[in-house]
Structures are given as C-alpha cells and as structure tokens.
Write a new protein. Structure first.
Length: 463
C-alpha cells in the first residue's frame, strides 16, 4: 500500500465516527450544531481521502463536476424553510441518480474488461434498482410536496399488482444477469423498470403520508449507497450508507407508530382518498372571531398551547408567533407549543421553524406529554394545523385517519384556529374541530393574523 493509500484509509477511518457522532448529536437541540460540524468534517475527510487514490489520474472531470455541484447546491441551500421538504426529496433523487449512474458505469466497464463476477453483478443490479426507484420516487415526492403534482392519491385497479410485477421482472432480469452478465440487452430494461416503479410507488400515496415517505426514501437512498460501496469496494461508503438507511427506516417506523398505522398501509393504503363524512362542509356553520377577540382570550388565559402546522410555515409566521409568545409570557401566561410527530411535510419541520424564531426548546412539548394537560388548558391556538388535531381520528370509524393519535386541541376550554379558508388540509380530509362549539375561527394569512393579534395585545390596534 502506497503512502497516499494509507492516508486515504486513515481519512476514511476518521470519517466513520464523525458520521456516527453526527447522528447521535442530532438527537438533542443542545448538540445539533456540533452534529452539523461533525457531519461536514466527516464528508470533507471522505472526499479528501477519495481524491488521494492513485487510480485517479486526472482531476479535470472531478473539478468540472464539483463546479457544477456548487452552482446547483448554493441556490438549493438558499430555499425558504417552507421549501425544505421538496428540496429534501430532490436531494434523495440526486443520491439515487448517482448510485444508478455509478452502477451503470461499472457494469459496462467491468463487462468490457471481463471482470464482471457473479457477486459484482448481483450488487450492481441491487444498486441500480434501488438507486433508480429512489431517483424517480424522490422527484415524485418533491413534486407532491411542492404541489406541482396532485397531493391526492392517484389509484387504479390492480395498482399494487402492476407495481410489484414490474419490480419482480426487474429483479428477475437482475438474477439472469448474475447467471450470464453478457446478456447486456437486459440491463437497460432493468433501469427503465426501476425508474417506472419509483413513479408508481409514490403516485398512490396521499399528501398526509409524505413526511413518512420522505423517511422511507432516505432509507432507500442509504441502501443504494451501501450497494454502491460494495461496487466501489469503499468501506466508508458502506458504513455511511448503512447509517443513513437504518436511521431512515427507524424514523419511518416511529412516524408510522405516531399515526397508528402499519408500514404497508402507508405505502399501499392510498391514505386521503376517502372523505371523513358524507355531510357537506358548507352546510355547517363555524363561529369566527376578530384579532381583538383573540387577544382578549389569550391575555386573560392561565395557559395557552400553540399547535403549529404547515399553514404557519407557508405564511412564514414563526417570528410573529415568537412576538406573541413574548407578549403573553410577559403577562404571566403559561405558553407551550405542542408539536405532532408528523406535523408539516417532513420530519421535524415544525421544530426547525420554531428554532429559527428562537422559541425556547423547553417550551416544545411532545403529543403524548401535552395531551393529559389539554382539558385544563385555557386556549389552544391552532396555526395552520389540520389533520393532526382532527377529532374524527377518535370518533369517525369511516375516516381514513381513524385511530391516528392526535393532539387533543378540542378538549381545551377554547380553541382559536387560524386558517386561510375552510378548504380541507393536505390529506383532503374535512376537520371536525372547526365546527365544534368551543372553536372560534380566525380567517386569513397566519402571519397577518398573528401580527394583528400581537397589536391588539399591546394596545396598538387590531381588527
């Protein structure tokens, strides 16, 4: 082993614990910044070690690819927090494409050199199938999260059979190539079938399940990276991919538990395709309130629980929420934030938004901890949340969210719900909370409404 190869292996050895620590430290807000630093350090060591390999005889194409990546990466990093979910989907798609391209390149290279063993062919087939389905699946997820593609499930008769027949044919052709790698006509078909399967996998999944789907795609991307590590004989890539895949899968299971649903139901249940009730929403009436009414209720309350949802993210209202928090706590009101595990459109979405507004993290309370307190809460302020506070999950057996744990906002003394209109939420399900006797609606953009409430609290006006 040359000195360059030795240094490269040392870089890989140092990078692996950096990735492990990055995951570990990300679990606590106090160590999250340290986690980012560890992850960046690990990646720099990994890239640096790779560039030391002697078989890299020219850096021209590497420099071109790096420049293209930087040009693309900078604008992607500057997207607003509301666009982070779809950007995450794009990142997973890029990772999948990378794995698929590496596998394709290695197949034709080793085929031409006569070095395509059965083991190599098996790993390449796995890498290409996982990479390609992750690529198109990530693009579909990004489209749904950005609402460029309908968020409702798109279903048709025998959809699961069709999807898995495609996957089975791709796997079968991969097995055929393991036996006889020279049958190169099968390789493009495997790629095409995997790409189509990725589209069909995401198409029937409803909007409310997209946070969980993002976690599953993260797991698929990690598994494709593991396969790529075997193809490239890179131990660090195997370790990093395994960490990525395992963490994504564990997070998916946690989120499925939070929704009281099985993995198969999330992936194949077409959640959101059924309405909760045969009653027509516009035949029922809701009670509305003004910013002044809301300010009076909030300032006279003993305790307030704020329940954020995607509507807060869209309106970029988190800083106004911080202003309201400051004004209420200054007046002796006990203010907490209840965050549902699947609130928003990606795992931890609400936590990130509230952290950006410097909301004290000890004020954020998990669903299981806040629910026992809800009957004693004076006011529950729901900001753009819909499905995660819908009482139909407890009462309507025909609802697709029946059995899903929710934040018990309806059990508080008074509910203030901020919403642009009475349109259903991301899952396409009407919310029974809005019609409850103890609920008052505040219609409008969340940022504007909260701003008006803050003005009314401070005596600067309101309407």
């Amino acid at each position: 082993m040359t000195s360059a190869e030795t240094i490269a292996e040392i870089c890989y050895l140092a990078a692996a614990p950096c990735f492990i620590l990055a995951l570990r430290w990300m679990s606590q807000p106090e160590t999250a910044r340290r986690s980012v630093a560890a992850g960046v350090t690990g990646m720099l060591l990994a890239v640096g070690g790779t560039l030391l390999h002697p078989e890299i005889v020219t850096y021209k194409w590497i420099a071109i690819a790096a420049a293209a990546g930087i040009a693309l990466g900078i604008p992607l990093a500057r997207v607003p927090l509301t666009a982070v979910p779809e950007r995450t989907g794009l990142s997973q798609a890029f990772g999948g494409f990378a794995a698929g391209l590496v596998g394709t390149a290695k197949y034709y290279l080793w085929l031409g050199e006569g070095q395509l063993t059965s083991f190599r062919m098996a790993v390449i087939a796995l890498e290409v199938i996982l990479g390609c389905l992750t690529a198109t699946g990530g693009l579909m997820a990004a489209g749904k999260l950005a609402e460029k593609i309908t968020t409702r499930p798109v279903t048709y008769a025998g959809q699961n059979i069709v999807s898995f027949v495609l996957l089975a044919v791709a796997a079968g052709l991969g097995g055929w190539l393991v036996i006889d790698p020279t049958q190169s006509w099968a390789f493009p078909i495997i790629i095409a079938l995997a790409l189509i399967f990725g589209v069909l996998l995401i198409l029937p999944i409803g909007g409310a399940d997209m946070p969980t789907v993002i976690s599953f795609l993260n797991s698929y991307a990690g598994l494709s990276a593991v396969a790529m590590g075997f193809v490239l004989e890179n131990k660090l890539l195997i370790a990093a991919g395994a960490l990525d895949g395992a963490s994504g899968f564990v997070l998916s299971l946690i989120m499925c538990k939070a929704m009281n649903r099985s993995v198969t139901n999330v992936l194949f249940g077409a959640f959101g395709s059924v309405q909760t009730s045969t009653r027509v929403a516009d035949q029922r009436t809701v009670k509305s309130a003004t910013a002044t009414d809301a300010a009076e209720l909030l300032t006279n309350a003993d305790s307030v629980v704020i329940i954020p949802g995607y509507g807060m993210a869209v309106a970029q209202a988190q800083h106004r929420v911080r202003d309201l928090y400051d004004q209420l706590t200054k007046r002796g009101v006990d203010v907490k934030f209840a965050v549902h595990p699947v609130a928003g459109r990606m795992p931890g979405h609400m936590n990130v938004l509230l952290a950006e507004a410097d909301i004290p993290y000890d004020r954020l309370v998990e669903m299981d901890d806040i629910n026992p307190e809800m009957p004693q809460v004076s006011v529950a302020l729901v900001i753009g949340a819909n499905d995660v506070v819908n009482p139909a999950a407890r009462t309507d057996e025909k609802s697709p969210i029946y059995g899903m744990p929710i934040i018990d906002a309806d059990k508080s003394h008074t509910v203030l719900a901020i919403k642009r209109s009475m349109n259903p939420g991301f899952a396409g399900i009407d919310n029974e909370l809005y019609y409850a006797n103890n609920t008052l609606m505040l219609f409008g953009d969340a940022k504007q409404v909260i701003g008006d409430v803050v003005k009314a609290v401070t005596g600067e006006g309101g309407h």
